[in-house]
Design a protein around this ligand. Structure first.
Ligand SMILES: NC(=O)c1ccc[n+]([C@@H]2O[C@H](COP(=O)([O-])OP(=O)(O)OC[C@H]3O[C@@H](n4cnc5c(N)ncnc54)[C@H](O)[C@@H]3O)[C@@H](O)[C@H]2O)c1
Ligand SMILES: O=C(O)C(=O)C[C@@H](O)[C@H](O)[C@H](O)COP(=O)(O)O
Ligand SMILES: [Zn+2]
Length: 369
């Protein structure tokens, strides 16, 4: 059972291969694409013992050339930093990379975002391949070419648009993923329903538990629908000059929450996005754009799945509304000093809005604790 979703971007187009066994078949997919060009695999120290051996075996059996052993980074969000970017570039340049070198990112969104950025800026641009091993990375971060790192000022503030040449989303690799990370990735799956696909949201209300339990059919469908939704938006607006901002639903709030906890393990990106999407619905309801019932329905689904819906569920954090508003003011969607919000007229009816009264935003943050 494998699906292929095409990201249509003229000369930068690529396939996303989705389904169980995609890592075992990686050599057969990659060799025809890159020929004799050397690859460097980059992964993290949690994924390496679990999935690196099967990728290495697949590449070897297809005769793919390697430039040295895999580079193994520490797992976790703090790796998306200048320090780890520098160490990675140092190692790559030390190996004498050439412009023909292809990077392979094997791991979650942290490895994918960092390696994609390293590919974008090394020798002014290397090709790279995404092999996402978290649900979040399979449905979101490996697709669309947003790459980058966090800085002390905020989330993803240094980066570039650099599309991968191929994405291999092996759903069987998710069998080893801890449940907390499955749920965090699931938040980005729900996002696609909330943006513009009520039918998909209703399907998730019925089948979300099966998706999160790793049922192959449900999982492949959820990943495929998510990737198709993202591919359609990215194909229309690669560099976020318009419609792509919808993919940021829940993120204006969510990124501020992540910054407030200092990107540590108390709050994962997907958990922050789930909380942020709840707040985006609360703000929409406060502004009379949708009914309070819609906001309740979204929260009820997150609760049923096991995602957080209240800031108080994040342990060990003192939330401060003024501080959160300060983080939100650094959002990349700010224009002329005004934050662009993604709001909703209902489930599946998201849109972007400016000139939102900050007192209303503060009221939503106060109520979310
Ligand atoms: N570029 C984009 O468009 C985009 C989209 C969404 C999120 N992101 C970014 O992605 C990052 C979050 O990604 P993530 O949730 O994948 O986090 P992550 O990369 O930190 O992975 C989560 C954890 O799971 C481990 N792991 C990965 N695969 C595993 C597997 N198969 N089995 C067991 N453990 C495994 C990792 O080692 C890590 O500890 C954030 O930095 C976020 O900003 C980027
Ligand atoms: O691909 C996009 O566009 C997204 O916004 C997807 C988000 O889920 C993702 O977290 C992204 O990294 C956020 O982008 P940013 O530009 O707000 O940093
Ligand atoms: Zn996200």
């Amino acid at each position: 059972m494998q699906d292929i979703v095409r990201v249509d971007l003229s000369e930068r187009s690529y396939d996303i291969v989705i389904g169980p066994g995609a890592i075992k078949q990686a050599g057969a997919r990659i060799a025809p694409l890159i020929g004799r060009r050397p690859v460097i695999i980059v992964t993290d120290d949690t994924v390496a013992p679990l999935h690196l051996p099967s990728l290495e075996a697949a590449l070897e059996s297809a005769g793919v050339r390697r430039n040295g052993p895999a580079i193994i980074l520490p797992a976790g969000e703090k790796t998306k930093s200048f320090a780890h970017l520098e160490a990675l570039l140092d190692e790559m340049l030390g190996r004498g990379i050439e412009r023909s070198t292809v990077l392979i990112a094997l791991g979650g969104g942290v490895v994918g975002d960092l390696v994609g950025f390293a590919a974008a800026i090394s020798l002014r641009g290397l090709d790279f391949i995404q092999i996402p091993t978290t649900l979040l990375a399979q449905v979101d971060s490996s697709v669309g070419g947003k790459t980058g790192i966090n800085t002390r000022q905020g989330k993803n503030l240094v980066g570039s648009f650099h599309q991968p040449r191929l994405v291999l989303a092996d759903t069987s690799a998710l069998a080893t993923l801890p449940r907390r990370h499955v749920l965090a990735g699931y938040a980005e799956v729900v996002k696609y329903g909330l943006i513009d696909d009520l039918d998909f949201f209703e399907w998730l209300e019925q089948h979300g538990t099966a998706v999160c339990a790793g049922d192959t059919e449900a999982l492949v469908r959820a990943v495929t629908v998510s990737c198709a939704a993202k591919a359609a938006i990215v194909g229309q607006d690669e560099r976020e000059s318009g419609r792509r901002a919808l993919l940021n639903f829940g993120h204006t709030f969510g990124h501020a929450l992540e910054a407030a906890v200092g990107y540590d393990n108390r709050l994962l990106h997907g958990e922050a996005v789930a909380l942020g999407m709840g707040m985006a619905f609360d703000l929409s309801a406060r502004l009379g754009l949708c009914t309070g019932q819609e906001a309740i329905r979204v929260r009820r689904h997150f609760e049923a799945i096991g995602l957080p819906t209240k800031l108080g569920q994040v342990e060990g954090v003192e939330w401060d509304t003024v501080e959160l508003l300060g983080h939100m003011a650094k959002d990349k969607k700010v224009q002329d000093g005004k934050i662009t919000f993604v709001l909703a007229r209902g489930i599946g009816r998201a849109f972007t809005a400016r000139d939102i009264d900050s007192a209303e935003v503060a009221a939503v943050l106060d109520a979310a604790v």
